[in-house]
Design a protein around this ligand. Structure first.
Ligand code: PGA
Length: 248
């Protein structure tokens, strides 16, 4: 089973309009024809519209970093999956560890958001990952398995969602698990997700946490790693394109 790689850039709370448009333009002109990976950028909500305009007619996809779980209504400051779709986006990241930590998002909330994304006809990228204390305690696989069972919605199928493994201690720290640890975790994730979804051969599993041009080749070569969720290195076109080029 060959799954097409997905290289997703999570810009987080970075970039004003001019910088975001320039970065998106650099990606559209830098992406190689016949590239082996799908490219996706997830700018902050304020830049979805201008970046969407820059990406129009290109093969680079657009995604958001979060959405509300409801379709519409009295939720000041929030945006819905339909609003995101309206701007030309195809993906929404849900349950990123920064949202789980900063906004107390539980598996129940993440699951409801993922269901809202699916209901709008978009693809959720559901994030899971253990803390350093949980890994040290030997609980990483248990925690990630529990997060998958708790965060994947009923309506999900193996080809309608993406799951990203992002160990909390590897995000923005320059530290990564060993390739053996990543391989073991992704194999475990495919098994757990397969039980939940009734199959996981088509499911794309991303690794995220300090992915850089220098470590992308060995990480993306792993059998159960189908792409990367990239934070810091996605803010430089050259680095992000180099990571994309590292996909087998
Ligand atoms: P990082 O972030 O690449 O800067 O570690 C990854 C993420 O949080 O998605």
């Amino acid at each position: 089973m060959t799954r097409r790689a997905l290289i997703a850039g999570n810009w987080k709370m970075n970039m004003l309009r001019a910088g975001g448009e320039a970065l998106a333009a650099a990606l559209t002109s830098g992406i190689k024809p016949g590239a082996s990976a799908d490219l996706l950028v997830c700018p902050p909500a304020t830049l979805l519209a201008p970046v969407s305009a820059v990406l129009a007619d290109s093969s680079v996809a657009l995604g958001a970093q979060d959405c509300h779980m409801n379709e519409a209504g009295a939720h000041t400051g929030d945006i819905s999956a339909a609003m995101i779709k309206d701007l030309g986006a195809a993906y929404v990241i849900v349950g990123h560890s920064e949202r789980r930590a900063d906004h107390a998002e539980s598996d129940v909330i993440v699951r409801a958001k993922a269901a809202a994304v699916l209901a709008a006809g978009l693809t959720p990228i559901i994030c899971v990952g253990e803390t350093e204390a949980e890994r040290d305690a030997g609980e990483a696989e248990t925690i990630v398995g529990k997060q998958i069972r708790g965060s994947v919605p009923e309506a999900a199928a193996e080809d309608t969602i993406v799951i990203a493994y992002e160990p909390v201690w590897a995000i923005g720290t320059g530290r990564t698990p060993t390739v053996d640890d990543i391989a073991a975790m992704h194999a475990h994730m495919r098994q757990v997700a397969g039980n939940v979804l009734g199959g996981a051969d088509k499911l794309r599993l991303l690794y995220g946490g300090s992915v850089k041009p220098g470590n992308a080749v060995e990480i993306l070569a792993l059998e159960d790693v189908d792409g990367a969720l990239v934070g810091g290195a996605s803010l430089k076109a050259e680095d992000f394109l180099a990571i994309a080029a590292a996909a087998p």
